[in-house]
Design a protein around this ligand. Structure first.
Ligand SMILES: *Cc1c(COP(=O)(O)O)cnc(C)c1O
Length: 424
């Protein structure tokens, strides 16, 4: 695609964008600046305008029915989580039986590790990417320690080569192959939160299985951002949050995927709770845990209805638009941001601006991470007052995501103009 840094070009792209109307379905924050370019959907998605009504409905039903709302409200709370499964399964490319929404992300990964990280004295190592999101790193450290291993020995991190920013797939595959007799689990982020690098999850899963290991993924930055086919890729398990690209409200419930071949395996160790117990006998309140088939068998508790109502309203937008249309716009819009950043880099060489995210659209979602080595934090601090909301990570990295559901080509153009003003 040929890009141009003009308002006419940006507006013409927006006119031709089949998703243009989606923007109006979200609230944009107002921070007292003339323009708001919101590029932080990678951390907290914007609020869909339908959320308030969905939450108010459940508040009204609670007022009206009290406990009877579990069975008599418009959307009975007893089975509320089941309403979220079809749209969520569509987003991650799974069978409905393989997905359930529950708890929060780090909690869910710990629960899944109970079933899928089962180290033995010989086979106990976990291969993951270097510079994981800290919560995941703490999770790996405490899990390996819990099983009696030294994290320094048990966690093998694959890092970029000296002088490089991204992890080479060949290096991941080599690491898996060369530890084939001692690796228990390959655990990666689908999209790395820092660099925005999208890994080939199917290939990593194949390599993990060939080595006799399990493959699991943290999809916090992948769900709702890139096309996923978790079932077909034969991934063993995955978990993600819903408040980043999935716009479900701050800290809301996450999602899990358990491949159907494991969902039927009742021999797998797991921690039980009444919501994972066979629905038919749940209310007999007897001892003897019998997990449900599928991902639902990993649930523990009855669900937070107010949060789930917000999530349902948000996932409905995804179900309507579909990931293929989102991906198509995402590639163009992210390409336009890439073009704009490249222009800034050549206009202001002293700022030493460079994009660290892969250039290949197949190896990234909508996030671009840029290094601003020449200007550091001062530049970022000036961005919010000027109307650009992005995110800063040490050392001097700005992470931005033009989100195809609600960002526009004009947003990218405006970003470029604001940055020109700040850099000059
Ligand atoms: C956002 C994010 C988390 C956050 O975990 P919570 O349990 O939802 O607080 C964890 N891991 C990754 C990779 C993330 O991007």
């Amino acid at each position: 695609m040929q890009y141009e840094s003009t308002l006419e070009f940006a507006r013409a792209q927006d006119e031709a964008d089949p998703l243009q109307a989606c923007r109006d379905r979200f609230y944009f924050p107002s921070l007292g600046t003339p323009e708001i370019v919101y590029f932080t959907g990678h951390s907290l998605g914007l609020q869909p305008k339908t959320v308030r009504g969905a939450v108010e409905l459940e508040l009204d039903e609670w007022a009206k029915y009290g406990v009877e709302g579990h069975f008599h409200s418009t959307n009975p709370w007893y089975s509320y989580h089941e309403r979220l499964t079809p749209p969520m399964a569509g987003i991650v490319g799974a069978e409905e039986s393989e997905v359930v929404c529950m708890n929060s992300l780090t909690t869910n990964i710990h629960l899944l590790f109970v079933s899928f990280y089962r180290p033995t004295r010989k086979r106990y190592k976990i291969i993951s990417e270097a510079k994981m999101f800290p919560s995941d790193r703490y999770l790996l450290e405490t899990q390996t320690r819990f099983h009696g291993f030294d994290p320094e020995d048990a966690i093998i991190e694959v890092a970029p080569r000296d002088g490089e920013r991204l992890i080479r797939e060949e290096d991941i595959l080599d690491t898996i192959n060369s530890h084939a007799d001692e690796v228990a689990l390959v655990f990666f982020g689908g999209v790395n939160y820092f660099t925005g690098q999208l890994f080939n999850m199917q290939r990593l899963t194949e390599a993990a299985h060939a080595a006799g290991a399990v493959a699991g993924f943290d999809l916090a930055h992948a769900a709702g951002n890139v096309p996923l086919s978790l079932h077909d890729w034969d991934i063993d398990f995955a978990a993600w949050c819903s408040y980043k690209y999935l716009n479900s409200s701050p800290g809301n419930v996450g999602g899990i995927f358990v491949h159907e071949r494991h969902g039927r395996n009742f021999e797998l160790p797991r921690f039980g709770g009444w919501w994972g117990h066979d629905k038919k006998t749940r209310f007999q309140m007897k001892s003897g845990f019998q997990p449900m088939e599928g991902a639902e068998g990993w649930q523990l508790s009855n669900v937070p209805i107010l949060g789930m109502a917000a999530m349902k309203a948000s996932l409905d937008v995804f179900a309507e638009v579909g990931m293929p249309a989102l991906r198509e716009k995402s590639a163009k819009l992210t390409g336009y941001l890439e073009y704009t950043v490249d222009e800034l880099a050549s206009e202001f060489p002293d700022a030493h601006i460079s994009i660290i995210t892969p250039r290949d659209p197949d190896q990234r979602g909508c996030q671009l991470s840029i290094d601003i080595a020449g200007r550091e934090r001062k530049l970022f601090d000036a961005m919010i007052p000027a109307g650009v909301i992005a995110d800063y990570r040490e050392p001097c990295i700005i992470r931005m995501a033009p989100v195809p559901l609600y960002n526009s080509f004009e947003d990218v153009y405006t970003f470029g103009q604001i940055m020109r003003g700040l850099l000059a």
